[in-house]
Design a protein around this ligand. Structure first.
Ligand SMILES: [Cu+2]
Length: 510
């Protein structure tokens, strides 16, 4: 991006970021602002709510130009013309009935990232798709026992995920309840901040999204609810609950804020066992976090920043001011965070019924370009057979490790690992040597809570425990850098009833 367009974008963002970006119908009304205190310009997200236990709506995947940082921008694909997407909202026990109408030029479907729901049939099934011009029906029931929190939706058709997300196809999904309903935070303002990367084409005469294959990390900026550097108003000492989602296709954020206190209350939509104060928080692509943010006692303007993140040669994510927090007005009394929220899940202490190892690696040759592997196999859209079976309601221990060996053109980089329809607890980690296959270090981890997306650095391994609850069917695990997923770093497995494993595989050929 040239300096000129960048300056223009910043100026426009400041002028239009709040009012023009989205017509907000969120729960949060504009904060009353004292004289001399700037207006709150964080756009709220348009909410689509369930009624009488059913969330019925149509999401149109549309290529029409739409607003991004206050300017009508070409080259976007969005749900219903919203760059940060609509915010679906339902309660545990609700039924979801969504029509996806595909008006873009690639196949789409819908994945409910982080939800513990069925991966089969018309539910959270990534193996169905709507071709361009077609529609598909997505139907599922949120279990009554489901966690409340921030989840999200996006297309998940193998080979097309990266472009679909980059251009803007994603939205959020709030399940009622969770940490915002804790007695401590009743009456506190709750904000949802959806971070999404973008880069405009410096050669285009009008605002145009850069094609995904030209959007290298150092060109990408992050919009917040579709706005650039919006203003958020807080009182001195005030505590607010912020639910943050990184809905980028591959960008990393390292969240920090000067002179404010941040306490992690929930990760990936799951309330923490143990809360913790943090100076910074790495939000990998796909990840979410709920933070209790207590403002400085000193009035003034503070930056909510990303400090930048080094994920290797192709992942130099730059520092950026994401939003500006204006602290002013009459002081408030800070809320003291509870030390513990969720009981530690009992299955963590069980003996795993199975241990598996997943090795994430890459190669590059001029003939093939970059290819990404799990256990030496690059996932192929033509061959959707499940490579292993997991018994439902049993606990497994998985070791996920990265092999950046360079002999075949591998790349030194980390991979954010994501599993569908379940959360896991990271219980150990260390370094290993791919040449020998041996661990060179290990330390046990006392998990703060459960996650659905976890970064595995180069030469690192994570030991995780997970349990697939209730639902059976075929689903996937993959890297959430979606270029890696599209080019092979994905695996298919089946969740089966006890004793049903090892049978004939269903094959789908497209
Ligand atoms: Cu990856």
């Amino acid at each position: 991006m040239t300096d000129l367009t960048r300056r223009d974008a910043l100026a426009l963002g400041a002028l239009l970021g709040g009012s023009a970006a989205l017509a907000g119908v969120g729960a949060a009304a504009a904060a009353p602002s004292a004289p001399g205190v700037p207006l709150d310009t964080l756009p709220s997200l348009p909410v689509i709510r369930s009624r009488n236990g059913v969330l019925r709506t149509t999401l149109v995947a549309t290529p029409r130009p739409t607003r991004l940082i206050g300017q009508v921008t070409q080259g976007l694909w969005t749900y219903n013309g919203l760059f940060s997407g609509p915010c679906l909202r339902a309660a545990p026990g609700d039924r979801i009935d969504i029509t996806i109408r595909n008006e873009v030029s690639v196949p789409v479907n819908i994945h409910y990232h982080g939800l513990w729901v069925s991966p089969s049939g018309q539910a959270d099934n990534v193996f169905v798709e709507a071709a361009p011009g077609e529609s598909l029906q997505s139907r599922l029931t949120i279990p009554r026992s489901h966690q409340g929190g921030l989840f999200w939706i996006h297309p998940h058709v193998h080979g097309y995920s990266n472009e679909a997300l980059w251009r803007g196809l994603s939205g959020t999904f709030i399940i009622d309840g969770g940490v915002v309903d804790l007695p401590e935070y009743r009456g506190c303002r709750h904000r949802v901040l959806v971070f999404k990367g973008f880069a405009l084409d410096p050669a285009a005469a009008t605002p145009t999204m850069l094609p995904v294959d030209q959007a290298s990390a150092e060109l990408v900026q992050f919009a917040v609810n579709g706005a650039l550097n919006p203003t958020m108003v807080m009182r001195p000492g005030e505590t607010q609950v912020w639910s943050l989602a990184n809905t980028a296709n591959d960008g990393f954020l390292r969240i920090a804020m000067d002179d404010h206190r941040m306490t992690v209350l929930a990760e990936d939509g799951y309330a923490s066992f143990t809360t913790r104060k943090v100076r910074e928080y790495v939000l990998a692509p796909g990840a979410r976090v709920a933070l209790a943010v207590t403002a400085s006692t000193k009035p003034g303007a503070y930056a909510l920043s990303s400090l930048g993140y080094d994920n290797g040669q192709f992942g130099q994510w730059l520092p950026q001011t994401l939003a500006t927090v204006h602290v002013g007005g009459r002081p408030r009394t800070p809320v003291r965070a509870p030390a513990r929220i969720m009981p530690v899940v009992s299955w963590l202490k069980e003996e795993p019924v199975k241990r598996r190892v997943f090795t994430l690696s890459a190669s590059f040759t001029p003939e093939t370009g970059p290819v990404f592997y799990i256990n030496g196999k690059a996932f192929d859209h033509q061959d959707m057979h499940a490579s292993f079976d997991v018994e439902v309601d049993t606990m497994e221990e998985w070791v996920v490790r990265t092999d950046p060996s360079l002999q075949q053109g591998g790349v030194v980089e980390g991979h954010p690992f994501h599993v569908h329809v379940a959360h896991f607890a990271v219980v150990g980690r260390g370094r290993w040597d791919p040449a020998t296959g041996e661990a060179t270090s290990y330390h046990a981890v006392e998990p703060y809570g459960l996650e659905d997306t976890a970064q595995v650095d180069a030469w690192e391994y994570l030991v995780m425990r997970l349990k697939f609850h209730k639902f059976t069917g075929k689903t996937v695990l993959h890297c959430h850098i979606l270029l890696h997923q599209d080019r092979g770093m994905m695996g298919v497995f089946r969740i089966v009833k006890p004793g049903a494993g090892g049978g004939e595989d269903e094959h789908h050929h497209h």
